[in-house]
Design a protein around this ligand. Sequence first.
Ligand SMILES: *[C@@H]1O[C@H](CO)[C@@H](O)[C@H](O)[C@H]1NC(C)=O
Ligand SMILES: *[C@@H]1O[C@H](CO)[C@@H](O)[C@H](O)[C@H]1NC(C)=O
Ligand SMILES: [Zn+2]
Length: 283
Amino acid sequence: MLKLFAVLIALAKVKISATSGAEAIDYNKQGDWGGVCNDAGSKKQSPVDVIIPEKSASQKEALFNLTGNADKADARNTQDKNSIKISFKTEIDYKIPGLKETSGQVKQLHLHWGKADAEGSEHLLNGKRFSAEAHLVTTYTNNNIEKNAVVARFFKVGEANAQIQKMIDSGSDGSDLEISEFNLTALYPSDISKVVIYSGSLTTPDCTENVHWMIVPEPLTISELQLTSLRGAILGEEGAAKTFNWRKKQELNGREFKSYTSSSSHFRMSVVVLLSAILYAIY
Ligand SMILES: *[C@@H]1O[C@H](CO)[C@@H](O)[C@H](O)[C@H]1NC(C)=O
Ligand SMILES: *[C@@H]1O[C@H](CO)[C@@H](O)[C@H](O)[C@H]1NC(C)=O
Ligand SMILES: [Zn+2]
């Protein structure tokens, strides 16, 4: 009995250290990462080079329809040592694409970036790497086991992103970590038309292979200045910056990609076209 308790306590500790980001990760020594990150038996590691399948399953509903006040959410910078990470106080749920009748609960959002604009994203898309990648980490329960579903969004250099700026600003001062009116819908809007799904792992130790990955192919933009801010951002309480925080590409090992397309955005578009045509005909 005591042994069982000891095992349970040990497990609880592993769980806490894996989710709190207490340990600073050395991205220059990825081969030394613990957990199952470098185990020979780990065949479903992330990130990977995501190849968009030619065929796509289409659905009428929006792919990402975040409920609650997702467009003005209350959040807080968690002072993570490895990324700019914010957790949500507002309850936000959504139906997870690729998992029938399964709701996910939004937990946290964090960013990955690189030393130069030509790198930064963890996943590649048809062989292309982007300048940054956001991970919206959500949880769901399957057979009484809590699993992760993570939505990845890429950023290419262009206009500044207002929500990314809120994340950067929340971490720079230590004294005010609170974020109000965070517009998560702006990063994950309901008119996203395509998502690519595969089965993988966390991209930080312990690299647990329990993640339902959803990759949004359509990139958003981030400015040069914001990328520079990320590279110099004070992370954690002690304040060490990370010039880059992306894990290198992992083997696919026969895993397959599935694509889902939503016609809801097309439908809205055709309504707009139709209305314009009617107006044009009238005038
Ligand atoms: C999102 O879900 C709500 C509630 O189910 C629904 O009323 C709304 O039409 C959905 N929005 C989109 C864009 O699908
Ligand atoms: C959030 O962003 C979306 C998409 O950019 C926009 O349509 C919406 O008005 C924004 N909501 C708020 C409260 O700013
Ligand atoms: Zn991540």
